[in-house]
Design a protein around this ligand. Structure first.
Ligand SMILES: Cc1cc2nc3c(=O)[nH]c(=O)nc-3n(C[C@H](O)[C@H](O)[C@H](O)COP(=O)(O)OP(=O)(O)OC[C@H]3O[C@@H](n4cnc5c(N)ncnc54)[C@H](O)[C@@H]3O)c2cc1C
Length: 373
């Protein structure tokens, strides 16, 4: 679905965006829409599979609509998820939530990159970008290369991004207690609980979440402690979480899981010189609350004033980092608290029992925890 080869890429665009996940495509859209010559490059060839629960939070939906990508988003028929069903220690409770969209992550990324092109960006997939120590960017595709000198470089290359590997000072700080991320999309008969619910099965060693796609398939995403995987293997660790939560372990047997490394991490810095880092490439927390895409999208939607000032030669790194930290602080606290609670199944099952019996408390919890998303 790309627009050409390296020959179609101008070598001195005002903005080069690296990585066409939701963060990069939104950043490219916003910059191109404002009239900046913008290039978006992506290492993988689209369509590509991506480990993700595929649930887009309300703030992300609103931000996509506000920056002119709403039509593209709705073209892939996302399914509104109106309930969050939590299972832990044999207890279960269903909380009404402001709808999240359940969607096919591979298709979302494809249509958002196409949306960036709609707004004037040049997009090329199958291109690996490497930022050189002098801020030049080497673009490589099938043995060809292009030396690019952009006005600014937006790094949105995710958790496994490679564009900054030759730059000093952007190392990852990884939490060694961090769980491992797993994902799959499976054929599975419809269960009465999962037609419009995100279902989360929580235990001490992690959680397994599911949501239904428009074509009936089930997206399964899990965050599992590295220790549990070492002990029981991936299938065994997932089955144990489901059993301990009090749910169905059988439906997840024999899944071909795709994994990502340890999830909880942060870059040592978010900006330097003409480089801005955002989305998963900047920091990552656990995906339990379905915040990841939304954070990246919202941050990218705000990029224009920073990019303009950077292009005018202003030093904005400190402000960019401060703003990123401010935006993340509250949400990360909520995320961590929920994740921490999810690993204490006794406490969680007690809370779920209370929520089940006292719906107003459930409503208040929902306002507190999920409305910031
Ligand atoms: C198990 C699991 C479940 C999750 N569930 C959810 C959920 O339900 N809801 C939610 O909102 N979030 C969820 N997340 C988090 C979500 O997937 C991420 O937060 C989101 O993908 C971040 O988007 P991004 O655009 O920043 O990065 P990515 O989507 O990772 O995109 C980065 C892109 O950059 C490309 N790239 C890398 N290096 C280079 C290079 N050198 N040159 C060019 N391109 C490069 C990559 O190929 C990739 O396509 C989940 C994550 C996991 C692991």
């Amino acid at each position: 679905m790309s627009t050409g080869t390296l020959n179609t890429i101008p070598d001195s665009p005002q903005a080069l965006v690296i990585g066409a996940g939701p963060t990069g495509s939104v950043a490219a859209t916003v910059l191109a829409r404002a009239g900046l010559s913008t290039v978006l490059v992506e290492r993988a060839s689209f369509p590509r599979r991506k480990v993700c629960g595929g649930c887009l939070a309300p703030a992300g939906i609103r931000a996509l609509e506000a920056c002119g990508l709403g039509e593209r988003l709705h073209s892939i028929d996302p399914i509104p998820m109106r309930h969050l069903r939590l299972q832990a220690g044999g207890a279960s409770s269903s909380l009404p939530i402001e709808p999240y969209y359940s969607l096919d992550r591979g298709r979302l990324d494809e249509v958002l990159a196409a949306g960036a092109v709609d707004h004037g960006a040049v997009f090329q997939d199958g291109v690996r970008a490497t930022i050189k120590p002098d801020d030049h960017v080497l673009l490589e595709q099938d043995g060809d290369s292009l030396d690019c000198t952009p006005g600014i470089v937006v790094v949105a290359d995710g958790l496994a991004g490679t564009s900054l590997r030759e730059r000093e000072g952007f190392d990852w700080v990884i939490n060694d207690q961090s769980p491992i991320g797993l994902g799959a999309v499976i054929e599975c008969p419809l269960d009465q609980d999962d037609d419009d619910s995100i279902v989360m099965r929580c235990s001490k060693t992690g959680y397994v979440g599911t949501s239904r796609l428009g074509d009936g398939r089930l997206v399964v995403a899990a965050a599992v402690s590295a220790e549990a995987i070492k002990q029981d293997g991936t299938q065994g660790a997932v089955a144990r979480i489901c059993r301990e939560a009090g749910g169905d372990a059988a439906r997840f047997e024999n899944i071909q899981w795709k994994g990502v490394g340890q999830l909880t991490r942060q870059r040592a810095r978010f900006a330097q010189g003409r480089i801005l880092v955002l989305g998963d490439a900047a920091r990552y927390v656990e995906p339990l609350t379905g915040e990841g895409m939304s954070w990246g999208i919202c941050r990218a939607a705000d990029i224009l004033p920073h990019a303009r000032r950077m292009l005018e030669g202003e030093e904005i790194c400190e402000g960019w980092t401060r703003e990123a930290n401010r935006m993340l602080r509250t949400r990360r606290l909520v995320c961590r608290s929920i994740c921490g609670l999810s690993r204490r199944p006794r406490a969680l099952s007690l809370i779920l029992n209370i929520l089940g019996e006292r719906p107003p408390i459930g409503w208040a919890t929902r306002r507190l925890c999920w409305s910031s998303s």
